[in-house]
Design a binder for this molecule. Structure first.
Ligand code: FAD
Length: 286
C-alpha cells in the first residue's frame, strides 16, 4: 500500500527509521529488532540506503521485504541518486516493483570525495521527476527545518523544496531537530510557499552524550539551552542521561502532537528499547 493513502486515511502517522545491516551475515539479527518495532504498530518503517556501492547489493530491499511480508508493515525504501545513472536507478526500481514495494524516499545523498558522482541526477528533484515519469511509486522527500547546509539561504531551500513537491513528492520527512519552534516556523514557511503535502517531523531520542554531540554536528541541529543543561548535568551518568533523553524526546513529541502535526517519524537507530519507551509514553495520547 502507498503510505500517502495511509496518511490520507489516518491524518496522523507514526513511523520509524531503521538502517539495514552492512553484512549479509547480520541480516538475520535484524529480525529481533524488527519484531519489537513492528509490534508497536507503526504505520510505516523507512529503511536507509548506504550510497555508493552497487545499487542492488546493499541490504535495503532485503530488510524492506522482511518488513512487508514477515511483519505486515508498509516499508519505505530510501534511494539516493548522486552516484547512479538511469540504468542503475531502473534496475533498483525494477526489483522494487517485482517485490511489490510501493514507497520510495527519493534523496540526492551526501557528497563523498571517495565516490564518483555520475552527474545524471544532480538533485533529488531530478530523481523524483524520473520516477514520476516512468513508474507508479509513492515518492517521499526529505526536508530540513534548520536549512540544508548547502542551500545558502532559507528562501532558496524552500524554493527548491517546492520544486521537489511540484515534481511529485507526496509526503516530506524532516531532518531531526531538538527545538520545536524551529519546526513550526519551517512548517509555516512551507505553507506560505504553497507546499501543502504533509510535513512529518523527525525526532531522534538521544540517550548518550557522544551521540548528541555527533548528531548536532552531523545534522547541523540547534542544541537548545535547556537540553544542553540536561546533558551537562548527566553526561557521566548513563542511566540518568537515558531517562532524561527519553523525557526530552517525549516532551518534544507531545508538543508536536498537540500542535497538529501530520505524524511523528522516529529515528530509532535500530534501538527497540528506545522506540518502545516512546510508544509507551504516548499510548493514551491522541
Ligand atoms: P536535495 O533535495 O537534492 O537538496 C540538496 C541541496 O540542493 C539543498 O541545499 C537544496 O536546497 C539544493 N537544491 C535542490 N535543488 C536545487 C536546484 N535546482 N538548484 C540549486 N540547488 C538546489 N542519506 C543517505 O545517504 N542515505 C539515506 O538513507 C538517507 N536518508 C535520509 C532521510 C531523511 C529523512 C533525511 C532528512 C536525510 C537523509 N539522508 C540520507 C541524507 C541526505 O542524503 C543528505 O541530507 C543530502 O545532502 C541531501 O539530500 P536531499 O535529497 O535532501 O537533497
Amino acid at each position: 500500500m502507498k503510505v500517502s493513502e495511509i496518511q490520507k486515511a489516518k491524518k496522523r502517522t507514526l513511523s520509524f527509521e531503521i538502517f539495514p545491516p552492512k553484512k549479509d551475515s547480520e541480516l538475520k539479527n535484524i529480525d529481533e529488532t524488527l519484531s519489537i518495532l513492528c509490534d508497536l504498530n507503526p504505520d510505516f518503517i523507512s529503511v536507509t540506503f548506504g550510497a555508493g556501492g552497487s545499487i542492488n547489493s546493499n541490504n535495503t530491499i532485503e530488510v524492506a521485504k522482511k518488513i512487508k511480508y514477515k511483519y505486515n508493515v508498509e516499508p519505505v525504501v530510501h534511494l539516493t541518486c548522486l552516484h547512479y545513472d538511469k540504468d542503475e536507478i531502473d534496475s533498483f526500481a525494477k526489483v522494487l516493483r517485482e517485490e511489490g514495494i510501493e514507497n520510495i524516499l527519493a534523496l540526492r545523498g551526501d557528497r563523498n570525495n571517495n565516490i564518483a558522482e555520475k552527474n545524471v541526477f544532480k538533485y533529488s528533484t531530478d530523481l523524483v521527476n524520473y520516477l514520476e515519469n516512468k513508474y507508479d511509486f509513492c515518492v517521499l522527500g526529505a526536508c530540513y527545518p534548520e536549512v540544508h547546509p548547502e542551500s545558502g539561504s532559507k528562501v532558496n531551500d524552500v524554493i527548491h523544496l517546492k520544486e521537489k513537491v511540484d515534481a511529485g513528492v507526496e509526503m516530506l520527512l524532516s531532518q531531526l531537530f531538538f527545538d520545536n519552534e524551529i519546526f513550526y516556523r519551517f512548517r509555516d514557511n512551507c505553507r506560505i510557499a504553497g507546499i501543502n503535502v504533509p510535513v512529518i517531523p523527525g525526532i531522534m531520542p538521544v540517550i548518550n552524550a557522544s551521540q548528541i554531540k555527533r548528531m548536532v554536528s552531523l545534522c547541523h541541529a540547534s542544541f537548545p539551552e535547556k537540553f544542553k543543561k540536561i546533558v551537562e548535568r548527566y553526561e557521566s551518568n548513563k542511566r540518568a542521561l537515558f531517562d532524561a533523553g527519553m523525557s526530552y524526546a517525549l516532551s518534544q513529541i507531545i508538543d508536536l502532537l498537540v500542535s497538529d502535526t501530520s505524524g511523528i517519524h522516529l529515528y530509532t537507530m535500530n534501538n527497540p528499547v528506545v522506540a518502545r519507551r516512546i510508544c509507551d509514553g504516548i499510548k493514551n495520547i491522541v
